[in-house]
Design a protein around this ligand. Structure first.
Ligand code: ZN
Length: 239
């Protein structure tokens, strides 16, 4: 199988997206898939939509993408997220909004299944945070590997026989096992590490890459462009 890269939760952070794609290019990986949330929180939503669509072989919609085009209710978001969604709506062109609107909710690619939140009612945007919710998600789909984003925390689960357990990166894909992999976030990691994140699948191995980017630059733009300043603060801390 050719090498693949998976990115998610870019959230309008162009500096982070740019560094991640440069790394992917330097690894000679042609096919990149995106697990949604191209916009929301960050200062460059339009550029991130265009760059992601240009570079990625497949993209699924995230809850922020849907919110910006009126496909999911804004009441479901906290006040800061809602403010950023309103801010984003005003800054996208008609063409960029059309691109977001057209994103599918899920993608099935042979042995892989891609969805932003969970294969369990994807439009409800459930969070997979533990082995139990991972096992429910794995039950839903026949594919060998389910790839998700949404929590902004990279995480992997392995199902072997009846048992689903948390495993750490990197890991080898075993013949008699299935997996659920959260690829973390490009633009707003929440695992205490502010570096951008992506997952690479190569020669039967799945690994996590952490990529430093000029986070101060993104933080400065968030403040200058009138987004809530807490969004500038959190990306520097990784929460
Ligand atoms: Zn997100």
């Amino acid at each position: 199988m050719e090498p693949l890269a998976f990115i998610s939760d870019i959230h309008g952070n162009l500096e982070a997206l740019d560094r991640v794609l440069k790394l992917v290019d330097s690894l000679g990986i042609d096919n990149v898939y995106c697990l949604g949330d191209l916009v929301g929180y960050g200062p460059n939503p339009g550029e991130c939509i265009e760059l992601t669509i240009e570079r990625c072989s497949g993209i699924v919609a995230g809850n922020h993408d849907w919110a910006v085009v009126g496909k999911t209710p804004l009441e479901d978001f906290n006040p800061v997220a809602r403010t950023a969604i309103h801010w984003t709506m005003k800054r996208l062109s008609w063409h960029q909004l059309r691109l977001l609107k057209a994103l599918p909710l899920t993608l099935s690619l042979d042995s892989l299944f891609l969805v932003h939140s969970s294969p369990l009612m994807p439009h409800q945007w459930l969070y997979i945070m533990d082995e139990f919710s991972a096992s429910l998600a794995l039950e839903r789909r026949p594919e060998k590997v389910i790839l998700v984003g949404h929590t902004h925390v990279p995480q992997a689960y392995r199902e072997k026989g009846e048992k689903v357990e948390t495993i750490s990166f990197p890991f080898k894909l075993e013949k008699d096992a299935r997996y659920l992999v959260n690829v973390g976030s490009v633009g707003q990691p929440r695992d205490g590490d502010p570096r951008a994140c992506c997952v690479v699948m190569e020669e039967g191995e799945v690994r996590l890459e952490r990529i430093p980017y000029p986070v101060q630059e993104t933080a400065r733009k968030i403040k200058e462009r009138g987004l809530p300043s807490i969004l500038a603060y959190r990306i520097q801390e990784g929460w």
